[in-house]
Design a protein around this ligand. Sequence first.
Ligand SMILES: Nc1ncnc2c1ncn2[C@@H]1O[C@H](COP(=O)(O)OP(=O)(O)OP(=O)(O)O)[C@@H](O)[C@H]1O
Length: 779
Amino acid sequence: MTDSKPTQPASGTTASLEPETTESSSQDDNTSSTPEASGKVPSTDSRKQAANASQQADPRTRVDAPLPSDVDYESPLLRSLVHLFSILGRPVTLEQLKSGLPEHGVPSHTSACLRAASQAGMHAKVTRRNSLSEISTLTLPCIILLKNKGAGVLTSLTDTHAEVIFPEMGNTPISVLRDKLNEEYAGYVIFGQINGRLDKRASELKLLKTKRWFWDTILYFFPIYKHVGLASIIINLLALASPLFFMNVYDRVVPNNAVDTLWVLAAGIGIALVFDFILRNLRSYFCDVAGKNADVILASRLMQHIMALRLDDKPDSTGTMANNLREFESLREFFSSTTLLAIIDLPFLFIFLALIHFIGGPMVFIPAIAVPLVIIVGLLLQYPFQRAIEAGYKEGAQKHALLIEIINGIETVKTSMAEGHMQQLWEKVVGMSAKSSNHAKRLANFSMTFTMFAAQAVSVFIIVVGVYRISEGELTMGGLIACNILAGRAMAPLSQIAGMLSRMQQSRMALKSLDLIMQLPTEAQDEYTGISYEKLEASITFDSLAFKYPNAERFALEDIHLKIREGERVGIIGRMGSGKSTFGKLCVGLYRPTEGAVKLGGVDIRQMDIADLRSRTGYVSQDNYLFYGSVRDNIAIGNPQADENAILRAAAIAGVTDFVQSHPAGFGMQVGERGMALSGGQRQSIALARALLTDPDIIILDEPSSNMDNGSEHAFKKKLSHIVTGKTLLLITHRLSMLDVVDRLIVMDNGRVVADGPKAAVLEALKNDQIKKAPTRAA
Ligand SMILES: Nc1ncnc2c1ncn2[C@@H]1O[C@H](COP(=O)(O)OP(=O)(O)OP(=O)(O)O)[C@@H](O)[C@H]1O
């Protein structure tokens, strides 16, 4: 084996901030040993161990640990996957692979990596191969799993040697002795194949493709529904047993007192009933399994799509969108319920009718007329029902939107004494929604009761006509009972179908609205070149940029030509609504420029993978949104497996440590929903720590200290100016005191840059009123 010493983290680049005596309750794992120096295939997390080893001496000095950006915490398996993608001709970045994975951060499990591969367009599967000799050279390259959670890409294999890319050791294959590799080999291989990709010319098929998100998943579970169908067929055939039993008992057993025959028949029907019982249970079990599995997949696909939606195209109302998603429940329930089985039961109606004809002759006309009558009435009701459901759906969405708005803004509702107004709006929308939902209910109810009425009428007619036929000697007593039971069976699926049709309309509506969401474009860039930019200069260029928000009448930014060089600290100031925050949002790709381009290190950000872009930038928006959970969870929300030292470091800089250390739960302190249990300043600190966690090269802060007191702001400024050394800082602020940390100042007005230059010169010009206002924005 060649030299495989892992790269040691740069010990020189440490944050010299003094820790605020905070200790993390959790300890890092795998920290007791350092990686072997040479002659071995590198073991898992060797770099992580090396990075952590230096910190173990004194946990209180953890913020002096290597900077998060200098330590490689990624799983070798995921890194190997990146190499495999690259060799197979579709380069992807690590961030691209990880983005959206539930285990974001350290998706070390094979299943998570396979999911990542599939999302990025590779069909990969894990295969058992006991030794390297079982791997055909024709199947190379492939990922081999090594002992201790290691992995590498096997690129070539000869009788004596193997060439492997060990992710810890760079991008080139390293020649190792085959026997040595066999010792480390864990017995599993991942073979991957890149899926074909349609180009833009096939975009007209896109609509079709998005519509299939639902049906493809349902079809995937078709094999289970096949079992359900088979069980239904047998159940329907067994249903013939009881009328035949009754007929034989009344016609043969009773007149002849044939007790022996009775017992034989009873035993037969008993067996049929037991089978019927078992099959019915199995059928509903299979339905549940298929429904549950489809539910998990569909719900996960929906959420994945929603999180990837481009903000430019996202529906305006959160409440309406939430309502659409809620309707997914009705869709799921429709497909997992046994009601759907009524469709399978329907063709058996003809068998029942045939049997009635066989036993009762013309008596078959009674159900044969009732059945189409019920179906026609049901179908006639569909159109008004559909309209009522559509109206109810829209009103329900509006109701939900208003409800969410009121609950979110409850403090404002109270303090502005808007309760009366809100109550009025609420009652209006509730009234409307109740009206259409009542109409839909009435129609559904009518359809159900009509079917029940028809079924009972059929039974009465059969008895009446049957009695005449008995008196004419055309029918036996047993035949009459059998015909009555069979007619009941024939009518049974109809009442289920009546219920099903009403639910089907609801599900159709739900599917329609979910389809609309699934057709919305996602952040996956059309222009993305697939090139992974390992090292990019941390500069930002705005090239003839103009930007208009979706549905806005005027440009928020116009005619912007700017370059922010690597390592520059730039402040952006300006009046309210002058476009400062929009700058930040465009830099992190939340919106796309309407005209011109935003470039990072000279590369148009539309050509970069969105996850890659965001991993290079630390962004704190004006609205600090926290999620229910602990302070730690919120800091590490983008990477729950983040290293404790990195969390402590980010928390210390952002001032989180200052307030959590006096709390008994420390970093476990609960922030409440939307961070309601914290003050505005505390929320801001956590949002800051979140952005600084990965030690990004570009830091964009939008009003980072607007909620801080003077003391906290002063402390934050001191720490910030230290950590941004060598990094690019874009500081959007109204507070002149924050400008101490910047060297260059940009003044915005009406969406244009009206001054740009060294801080002192711009401030002087401002003082002397030498900066002109921009003309009013164009529509
Ligand atoms: N989501 C949005 N949809 C439509 N228009 C928007 C949206 N966000 C901002 N705008 C408009 O864009 C313009 C610039 O807004 P921006 O938030 O960038 O201003 P700002 O300078 O950061 O203001 P402030 O100092 O008040 O935060 C404003 O006229 C605003 O009305």
